[in-house]
Design a protein around this ligand. Structure first.
Ligand code: AMP
Ligand code: ZN
Length: 115
């Protein structure tokens, strides 16, 4: 938990969100500013600033994030054929919220390379 972190506040309920799924270590909610018909954010409940701060002991959290992404990718109809997981690290990569998160997007044709 980090005092000034918007995602930690979503986890503790002090900022509202549209929750989609929750596991022991992971929370999933709808992005407030979606860039695709389905745009979910998958976050660890532990405050990890970015990929660069991951520790070996966070392995269970990472596997749980991918497990949840895989389950949602199979169970949400718009994601079944195509979806993308994006994890930005650092401001020049577009990371605004300094609490590591997976964007899970789909429901439209996704272009490559991303912006
Ligand atoms: P990033 O730019 O990779 O740091 O992604 C942060 C994402 O969080 C953006 O897509 C925002 O639209 C989203 N976001 C910020 N605040 C909220 C909020 N209160 N509820 C839901 N999504 C949010
Ligand atoms: Zn946080």
């Amino acid at each position: 938990m980090s005092d000034n972190c918007v995602f930690c506040k979503i986890i503790n309920g002090s900022i509202p969100s549209e929750k989609v799924h929750e596991t022991t270590n992971v929370l999933v909610f709808k992005d407030i500013n979606p860039v695709a018909p389905v745009h979910l954010l998958l976050i660890p409940k532990k405050h990890i600033k970015s990929v660069n701060e991951l520790q070996h002991s966070d392995g269970n959290i990472i596997s749980e994030l991918f497990e949840v992404a895989s389950e949602l990718g199979k169970s949400i109809p718009e994601l079944q054929n195509n979806h993308r997981i994006i994890v930005s690290t650092g401001p020049d990569a577009g990371q605004v919220v300094e609490h590591m998160h997976f964007h899970l997007i789909g429901g439209r044709k996704l272009v490559w390379p991303p912006g």
